[in-house]
Design a protein around this ligand. Structure first.
Ligand SMILES: [Zn+2]
Ligand SMILES: [Zn+2]
Ligand SMILES: [Zn+2]
Length: 79
């Protein structure tokens, strides 16, 4: 069952967080409507009975990065 991964980089030198674009993680199961391997002829009620119709709860990551955030770097640094 497919899900989204949400990453928020946290830049420890200035304390700002930056959300990255959501990434879809494909499960590659044939019984999930979002999967690359879901059969094209699996549709309608049969599909609803057989296949996942929803994304799984998204994964959330907040990695700490030991630099200034891009905006602060563009502004010339903290000091
Ligand atoms: Zn899936
Ligand atoms: Zn289906
Ligand atoms: Zn910053």
């Amino acid at each position: 069952m497919c899900k989204y991964r949400r990453v928020r980089n946290v830049y420890t030198q200035c304390g700002h967080g930056v959300n990255l674009p959501e990434v879809e993680i494909n499960c590659e199961l044939d019984n999930c409507v979002f999967s690359a391997r879901h059969p094209e002829d699996c549709q309608g009620e049969a599909c609803r009975n057989r296949c996942w119709q929803y994304h799984q709860y998204p994964e959330q990551y907040s990695p700490n990065i030991n630099t200034l955030c891009p905006a602060c770097q563009a502004a010339g640094g903290a000091q």
